[in-house]
Design a protein around this ligand. Structure first.
Ligand SMILES: [Zn+2]
Ligand SMILES: [Zn+2]
Length: 345
């Protein structure tokens, strides 16, 4: 079968690999329909890893955002059957370690995450014709377009980002960054009860998409720095913030715009040299800074939000490529002119 395999930095191939088979009675074999290219896939392609901690050491099938049709199930699988459409949750915790026992599945000591080089051997991803996953990684959906279903994983991150803020009913929320994750945070915050959601970015094209995703107000901080200044006055303007840029400068700006004792959800991942340098606002305003790492229990509600049409992610979809054109797809995903790029099998 064919798959999109990264051999090393910049060396991505559409090639034949061995077809996986069900090895455990709790497993499900899925024929992939569509998958989204994530920022982490782009880091693997451009840098051969993520930061210094995660390095590609052997060929790896990329991809962890996707959906497909069930082709076969193991003997212990009763609620999923052949022909079902499923959305895949990339995280496969062990269900046995001390964190799994505490229900903190995202912090499993033996986590296997689709398309991740964090462990060795690497866990192969879902940019392949077929994959085998644990039944707990599958959520059956009906009548959903594959290109919508492939947004469930990034939406899960956004749900976790909002969830970390605590009760947001009626609150005035700031979202820093209008990339795909920032825009999904906007939709999630509106769906989960925020009163107003304001988005700040330096790119007008993505701010326009943020409006389509439900933002009440957007601000281009490059063109309108006076507005940012205004929101910083009197110790801030917003009740809470979601930082979705992974840029330290933007994070510091956001902390200045949040009122004292507000919640601050850190969704963006800081690259090396991109950490916030001035934590003055953080230290003097009693802010609660939550880090958002993956998601688990948010998966069900976010799948259901997509299924019921509460959230329409399609304004974020810039392009879709056949899997054989994965290199072209990757280059499109990296371009600053696109939001989400998907590949289809
Ligand atoms: Zn991702
Ligand atoms: Zn575990």
């Amino acid at each position: 079968m064919k798959a999109c395999v990264l051999h090393a930095k910049g060396d991505l191939r559409y090639e034949d690999i061995a077809e996986p088979s069900i090895a455990d009675s709790n497993e499900v074999k899925v024929k992939i329909l569509a998958g989204g290219i994530c920022g982490s896939d782009q880091h693997y392609y451009l840098e051969g890893g993520i930061g210094t901690a995660i390095v590609v050491r052997e060929p790896i099938v990329l991809g962890h955002e996707g959906c497909g049709i069930v082709e076969d199930v193991g003997g212990n699988v009763t609620d999923i059957k052949k022909g079902d459409m499923v959305i895949l949750r990339p995280a496969r915790p062990c269900f046995e370690c001390e964190y799994c026992k505490r229900g903190q599945y995202s912090f499993c000591l033996n986590m296997r995450h689709l398309g991740s080089a964090a462990t060795f051997p690497h866990v192969q991803g879902l940019f392949a014709e077929k994959v085998v996953v644990h039944k707990e990684q599958c959520r059956v959906v009906k009548n959903m377009k594959p290109e919508v279903a492939a947004f469930a994983e990034p939406l899960g991150i956004a749900y976790n980002g909002v969830h970390c803020l605590g009760d947001i009913i009626g609150r005035n929320v700031l979202v820093m960054g209008a990339g795909p994750i920032g825009c999904l945070c906007v939709a999630a915050a509106k769906t989960l009860g925020a009163d107003r959601v304001t988005v700040v970015d330096i790119r007008q094209n993505v701010l326009d998409v943020a409006l389509k995703m439900g933002a009440d107000e957007v601000c281009n901080s490059k063109e309108n720095p006076e507005q940012i200044e205004k929101w910083c006055q009197n110790k801030g303007h917003f009740d809470c913030a979601i930082e979705a840029t992974g840029n330290g400068f933007a994070a510091v700006q956001a902390m200045k715009m949040v009122r004292p004792e507000g919640d601050f959800s850190q969704v963006g991942m800081y690259g090396i040299d991109h950490q916030p340098k001035d934590l003055g606002a953080f230290m003097t305003k009693g802010l609660k800074w939550h880090s958002v790492f993956r998601f688990y229990k948010e998966f069900g509600p976010c799948v259901s939000a997509l299924e019921r049409g509460l959230i329409d992610p399609l304004p974020l979809l810039s392009a879709s490529f056949d899997a054989c054109d994965v290199v072209e797809a990757m280059k499109a995903a990296i371009s600053p002119d696109t939001m989400k790029v998907q590949i289809k099998f």
